[in-house]
Each structure stands twice: as structure tokens, then as C-alpha cells.
Design a protein around this ligand. Structure first.
Ligand SMILES: *Cc1c(COP(=O)(O)O)cnc(C)c1O
Length: 324
């Protein structure tokens, strides 16, 4: 296997914890959690693992600036600008959505870490404005590195390929890994890592915002491309990617009853915080699947926590979370 440039700033390995009271509340199967909300770097989350490889690549290319894009409350952008601060890059973020009147949560932290922020009201203008931002930086004599949406390039995908190796070394018997999937880098990394490091269980992504067919196509392609970085040349197909699209109908970042119940249940049984956009939705899906008998009672599920908790404090969500 080729060695791939990587910086080591994540707090690894992240712990695996038992969730006995949540397990009991749901009447089995056994639930564990892998605490990737504790990866370090500005409150942690899954983007830390990807950024270890992305920032190393940016350094290797002699970049002086990181540019990325996401939603106003993007966790990915918060962690990207924190990495930029830590490793001495300038950083511009292109954020889609209505600019909040008051800075809160991730949008507040982005500014604290020194991001230059370009807001885009209409999502259809996003790619064009991202490109213009990049071109402008080049014209100004900067050397920008484009961190893709969600950090989900073949390089970023390495983060979760090696996360799977880390998990295998933790020696826990697990039948299912369940997590929220969106831009695909986490999913593709876990699927590639599953193959390379021999995980025998199932890797099930709960879609946050995309239809099943799209995720299967995108994740299998990303895993295939990422395998080339390891000189493994594995061809993945849609059949290699497990995804459930039944919990994303409300749309990205739309907070509903499922997310509210999941957040309250994890908090009240385990003192564990989920986020309103990703882990809240993924957990809502897992809880519903448990209630429907999708998993066998004697199986073990590992809920792979991907972070995102700062968004609990976003004006957009905080009132809804505690509402009865
Ligand atoms: C970005 C993100 C995800 C989704 O990961 P992808 O690799 O983009 O699919 C899940 N949870 C949280 C908290 C995130 O910030």
C-alpha cells in the first residue's frame, strides 16, 4: 500500500462506548457509538479525518489559501477554516443560504477563525461564485487549494478508509455500522476500508439529503477513485453501497419530529449530544429501523457519530429542539 501525505492532528483513536440505556429504551439490539464528535479541531467531527489528508495535499502543492463551500451552518466549513488557521493558510468560504442577522454557532466560529465569507442566497449560483472566488484569488497572486464540498474528494476519502482500519484495531464485534451520509466521503472511505481491512459487517448510510440511486453511484465512484490512491485499483459498483433514503424527504437541514425525538432520546438516556442536521437525522433513521425490526435483537449496531453539535446553538434550530 502506498503511503499518502497526512498531517496528524486528529485525536485518534476515537473511543467506542456502549450505550446500554439507549439500547434498553429501544428494547435491543445492542448499540455502541464511535465518538468521531471527539476528533479534536474546533469541536471535532468527521471533517477532521478528511482534513488530515486534504491539508497535507494543499501543503504539498504549495498552496497558501484554502477555499471551500457549504451551507451557512456547515460543519465542514467551520473545521476547514480552523485547519487553515492552525496551519497558516488564508481561507475564504462560500456559504449558501440567507445571511443570518446574528452570527451564531458555526457561522460565528467561521468568523472567529478568520474566514473571509462570501454568501450566496441562491444555491444555483453557488458553483459559479465558488469558481469566481477561486479565479479572483489566483488573479490576486494567491495560491488557493480548493477543498471540495464536504471534503469528499478521493484524497479526503482517505480519512475514513483509515478510520475503518482504526475501528478494526479496536476489536469490537459489530454487525452494522450506521451513520449519516451526504457528500459521500465518509461513506466511500468506510466502504473502501471495509474491503481493504476486511470488516465483515454491514456499512449502512442513512441519507441526509440525496436519493438512494445518486448516493450509490457517487459513493461507488468515489471509493473506486480513492482505491487508486492506495494502488489497490478496486472497482466498486452501486451494489457495494448500502443506503437508506427514507429519512431525508423533508430536505437538507429541515428539522422535524424524528430528529427532535432522536436528540432528546440520546441526551436523556446517555447524556450524549447529537446535532440537528446529520446525526439527529441518522439516529432518527436508526431508531425507526430498530422499531420496525430491521435489525436482529442479538445483533450489535455501531452508531458512528460524525459530530456537528455546534449547530445545536444555531438560531435556526435551538428553539425547535426544546419545543414540546
Ligand atoms: C459532513 C457531515 C456528515 C456527512 O459526511 P459526508 O462525508 O459529507 O457524507 C455527517 N455528519 C456531520 C456532522 C457532518 O458535518
Amino acid at each position: 500500500m502506498k503511503t499518502i501525505p497526512r498531517l496528524n492532528f486528529a485525536h485518534l483513536p476515537t473511543p467506542i462506548e456502549d450505550l446500554p440505556r439507549l439500547t434498553q429504551a429501544l428494547g435491543g439490539p445492542r448499540i455502541l457509538v464511535k465518538r468521531d464528535d471527539q476528533t479534536g479541531l474546533a469541536f471535532g467531527g468527521n471533517k477532521t479525518r478528511k482534513l488530515e489528508f486534504l491539508v497535507a495535499e494543499a501543503q504539498e502543492q504549495g498552496a497558501t489559501m484554502l477555499i471551500s463551500a457549504g451551507a451557512i451552518q456547515s460543519n465542514h466549513c467551520r473545521q476547514t477554516v480552523a485547519a487553515a488557521a492552525r496551519f497558516g493558510f488564508d481561507c475564504t468560504l462560500v456559504l449558501t443560504g440567507e445571511k443570518p442577522k446574528q452570527a451564531s454557532a458555526n457561522f460565528l466560529l467561521d468568523q472567529l477563525f478568520g474566514a473571509e465569507i462570501v454568501t450566496v442566497e441562491d444555491r444555483k449560483d453557488r458553483d459559479r461564485i465558488l469558481q469566481e472566488t477561486f479565479d479572483k484569488a489566483v488573479a490576486a497572486g494567491k495560491r488557493p487549494y480548493l477543498v471540495p464540498y464536504g471534503g469528499s474528494s478521493p484524497t479526503g476519502t482517505m480519512g475514513y478508509t483509515f478510520a475503518m482500519e482504526e475501528f478494526m484495531n479496536q476489536n469490537r464485534k459489530v454487525d452494522w455500522i450506521v451513520f449519516g451520509t451526504s457528500s459521500g466521503g465518509t461513506h466511500a472511505g468506510l466502504v473502501l476500508g471495509q474491503r481493504v481491512f476486511g470488516f465483515k459487517g454491514m456499512v449502512l448510510g442513512i441519507s441526509i439529503d440525496e436519493p438512494e440511486a445518486q448516493i450509490k453511484a457517487h459513493v461507488s465512484e468515489l471509493a473506486t477513485q480513492a482505491s487508486e490512491k492506495l494502488s489497490e485499483q478496486i472497482q466498486f459498483t452501486s451494489d457495494d453501497v448500502l443506503v437508506n433514503e427514507n429519512y431525508c424527504q423533508a430536505g437538507y437541514g429541515v428539522f422535524g419530529e424524528g430528529e427532535r425525538e432522536a436528540i432528546k432520546l440520546f441526551a436523556s438516556t446517555e447524556g450524549l449530544l447529537l446535532d440537528p442536521v446529520y446525526t439527529g437525522r441518522a439516529a432518527a433513521g436508526m431508531i425507526d429501523l430498530i422499531r420496525k425490526g430491521f435489525f436482529k435483537k442479538d445483533e450489535t449496531i455501531l452508531f458512528w457519530h460524525t459530530g456537528g453539535q455546534p449547530a445545536l446553538f444555531a438560531d435556526k434550530y435551538s428553539q425547535d429542539i426544546i419545543r414540546e
